[in-house]
Write a protein that binds this ligand. Structure first.
Ligand SMILES: CC(C)=CCC/C(C)=C/CC/C(C)=C/CSC[C@H](N)C(=O)O
Length: 487
């Protein structure tokens, strides 16, 4: 009825990365066709899943990959009929300032033998550890969410999955791994290399993000043909939210102008679409969802006229530089005879090395990829760094180049044990999806955060308080129920 429609909220989402677009999708499912959902983004849809075009081919600009156990990303890919682009696993090198300290091989059985020779059964121990963490603890979040349950803080969400996860955020990855029983060499080399490649940091991060990083270094990872950003685009389309190409300037607390006596928010924004450029506008919402980092971002949102202070968010963000070079690896630096001898995944094991990783890229459009391997100087490489490199540093890495691009990316928080985990709820009906990144930043984590915020907003709107911050599952979900759950 019309009366029921009056009960539906006007929702403004700030940010159209995977977190923002998936929250629009979940909110539409929960509130139905008639709720108003707007989504603001100054640049393109996709955020960390954006692509970059080099010489007519597209490449993933960020570092986002999907693990086969990532239930939401896998289901979205299935739902939107996406094909998988699998990532090759075998030939890997480890580099410190003195040179290549270890490399596997182009031939998988030899690669495996070399790994066992150097690290014994550590790889097996770690694989069993992560497999067990996912199956017995991490997967519980999907059961909570399928039952409509939500959490106001990241602490409570982790505690609901397992008290062990909260503990892992209080200890360094180094200490957590020693407890698991792997060798010091594994910690100093493979765990360190995974942290540097995935998060630009070291094994001094907390253990939870460390476990995610190790999962992000397992074989069998994949991404979506044509780019992961297509998932964000499809979610946005499916949500039927209105896309507003604009930079949000402020969120002001106000009284609902419709005279309901409720609070509302006025979102002020500057249009960025070329046809309306620089025009400032504002819109009123009942619920506002922030789906972009609140700290460290160049365009800071002001929160004005709040009667009580907002929780302080001291989540310092790490800037990652992705450098794209079409050209030839420097054979002298890496002491290799030919380009083909250089491991296509070169990781680093020391914070003193000025780059975090160098990897040979494949285009996200396999059908446009030439059938024959490209000439050495046509190869495209992605280097992750913590700072923009000098010209000299670029030449240390590449002896010749035809193209050079940089993408600067406010990628993930700086992680440390005992860091404060920000809340999902900033104020009455004001929510923060990126709080989840303090536990770990990855596409699946953003979707988990976004579904949590959508459920929290829904439960609070309709006073379903029994479904908020209940850290125990009411009834264990049966396998069939879990497998049939519809997203
Ligand atoms: C901590 C446990 C037990 C499970 C986590 C499951 C999960 C979220 C796995 C994701 C693994 C993955 C694909 C990590 C990628 S690392 C971050 C990446 N560089 C990015 O920027 O997204």
């Amino acid at each position: 009825t019309e009366e029921d429609d009056d009960m539906l909220p006007r929702i403004g989402i700030i940010g159209a990365g995977i977190g923002g677009t998936s929250s629009a999708y979940f909110l539409r499912q929960l509130f139905g066709e008639k709720a108003t959902i707007d989504i603001f983004e100054a640049e393109k849809v996709g955020g960390r899943t954006a692509v970059i075009k080099i010489n007519g081919l597209n490449y993933e600009a960020g570092g986002s990959v999907i693990h086969t156990k990532n239930k939401y990303m896998v289901k979205f890919a299935e739902k939107f009929n996406k094909s998988a682009l699998t990532h090759s696993d075998s030939f890997l090198g480890l580099y410190d300032n003195k040179g290549i300290v270890f490399e596997t091989s182009k031939w998988a059985p030899i690669a495996l033998a070399k790994l066992i020779w150097r690290y014994g059964f550590d790889l097996y121990t770690i694989r069993e550890w992560t497999k067990n963490l996912v199956a017995s603890k991490f997967d519980r979040i999907y059961e909570f969410q399928d039952k409509g349950m939500a959490f106001t803080t990241v602490d409570d969400m982790l505690r609901a999955m397992s008290e062990d996860f909260l503990n892992m955020t209080q200890h360094s990855l180094r200490d957590v791994l020693r407890e698991v029983g792997v060798s010091q060499r594994f910690v100093d080399e493979l765990a360190m290399a995974a942290m540097r490649a995935n998060y630009g940091q070291t094994v001094d991060v907390h253990g939870f993000v460390g476990a995610v990083s190790l999962l992000g270094a397992e074989p069998g990872l994949w991404s979506v043909v044509n780019g992961n950003k297509e998932i964000s685009e499809d979610l946005l389309k499916e949500s039927k939210a209105s896309f507003i190409e604009a930079k949000v300037l402020s969120v002001a607390l106000m009284k609902d102008e419709r005279g309901t006596g409720n609070i509302a928010y006025e979102v002020e924004y500057e249009e960025t679409h070329p046809d309306k450029k620089d025009k400032t506008n504002s819109k009123e919402y009942d619920i506002v969802i922030v789906a972009a980092p609140l700290e460290g971002s160049k365009s800071k949102i002001s929160f004005v006229d709040f009667t009580n202070p907002l929780p302080s968010i001291s989540q310092k963000y790490h800037t990652t530089i992705a450098m794209f070079v079409q050209g030839c690896i420097n054979k002298t630096t890496f002491n290799v005879n030919s380009q083909g001898d250089f491991p296509p995944d070169m990781l680093t094991v020391s914070p003193d090395v000025f780059f975090n990783s160098v990897g040979l890229l494949s285009s996200v459009n396999p059908e446009k990829q030439p059938d024959v391997a490209p000439e050495a100087d046509q190869a495209v490489w992605k280097t992750f760094l913590n700072k923009v490199p000098s010209e000299e540093q670029i030449s240390i890495l590449f002896e010749s180049r035809q193209d050079l691009r940089f993408v600067e990316w406010l990628a993930y928080p700086e992680y440390s044990p005992n860091m404060k985990l920000p809340p999902f709820q900033l104020y009455d009906r004001l929510y923060y999806i990126n709080a989840v990144e303090s536990a770990a930043s990855a596409m699946e984590m953003s979707v988990i955060g976004s579904r949590n915020v959508a459920l929290l907003a829904f439960n609070q709107w309709f006073n379903h308080f029994d479904k908020i911050d209940e850290i125990h599952l009411p009834v264990p979900a049966s396998k069939t129920e879990k497998d049939n759950s519809e997203l």
